[in-house]
Design a protein around this ligand. Structure first.
Ligand SMILES: NS(=O)(=O)c1c(F)c(F)c(S(=O)(=O)CCO)c(N[C@H]2CCc3ccccc32)c1F
Ligand SMILES: [Zn+2]
Length: 261
């Protein structure tokens, strides 16, 4: 049943009416991560994350998801190591979630969906002068994916949840000037990594995905707070912002590597 529902969102929202798969695309995202098919790579380093909480700027409902955007004009919030050749700057983070807890994540693990997935979007400011250029290049972006599972209340997430009513409608923005997103990343260092793409337009094949093995726990009220957001602007007929994930894409000729045995 979940699989049919997942495809239902193609008709629901313009974003997902874009081509299911880019013609000629060989590295599209998201994918199912088959744990037993992932290959341990001893060369993979630990991912080094150093975020400066004061680089946080605002929260914005852009009609696809809600984004927390950062000042990426300097190297104050960066990641390095892991599968990455260069240092990448944090630009924004956002989430994908479902209408109910049975689905909502973009990636799956052994075909299991999580109720939501966090994406921290970074760009290679060492090699490319702007984010927009990095979006078009094979090694331009690095996105950390963190699965959310239903469980204990998440203190760090709550500060974000408390601000969501202020960005209920598309195009709403509120100032959000101190937040450390590393509180949303599990301390367990284990991750999978593969070469993929953006999961929203322009769907460019420019993302090194780093998917954390361990999920974070959030409670039902916190997931419900995501589902109270709207795709629509103030004054339009309300459409709840749910099921804002892209359907799974073919693995094609790719190997998912793991940083753990
Ligand atoms: N799942 S994902 O990580 O691929 C991903 C998203 F799912 C998503 F919704 C967005 S967005 O900014 O809300 C919508 C723009 O496409 C972005 N934003 C990126 C993509 C392109 C772009 C251009 C300017 C600013 C941010 C972004 C994104 F990288
Ligand atoms: Zn995303």
């Amino acid at each position: 049943a979940a699989c049919t529902h997942r495809n239902r969102n193609d008709a629901l929202h313009p974003l997902w009416q874009s081509p299911l798969t880019i013609p000629g695309g060989t590295r599209q995202s998201p994918i199912n991560i088959q744990w037993r098919d992932s290959v341990y790579d001893p060369v993979l380093k630990p991912l080094k994350i150093s975020y400066d909480p004061t680089t946080c700027l605002h929260i914005w409902n852009n009609g696809y998801s809600f984004l927390v955007e950062f000042d990426d004009s300097t190297d104050r919030s960066v990641i390095v190591g892991g599968p990455l050749e260069n240092q990448y700057r944090l630009k924004q983070f956002h989430f994908h979630w479902g209408a109910i807890n049975e689905w909502g994540s973009e990636h799956t693990v052994d075909s299991k969906f999580y109720p939501a997935e966090l994406h921290l979007v970074h760009w290679n400011a060492v090699v490319y002068p702007t984010f927009e250029e990095a979006v078009m290049e094979g090694n331009g972006l690095a996105v950390i994916g963190v699965f959310l599972k239903l469980g204990a209340h998440h203190e760090g997430l709550q500060t974000l949840v408390d601000a969501l009513p202020a960005v209920k409608h598309k195009d709403a923005v509120i100032e959000f000037d101190v937040f450390d997103p590393s509180c949303l990343i599990p301390s367990c260092p284990d991750y999978w990594t593969y070469a993929g793409s953006l999961t929203t337009p322009p769907l460019t094949e420019s993302v090194t995905w780093i998917i954390k093995k361990k999920p974070i726990e959030v409670d039902e009220n916190q997931l419900e707070a995501f589902r109270m957001l709207l795709f629509t602007s103030d004054g339009e007929e309300e459409k709840r912002m749910v099921d804002n994930f892209r359907p799974l894409q073919p693995l094609m000729n790719r190997t998912v590597r793991s940083s753990f045995q």
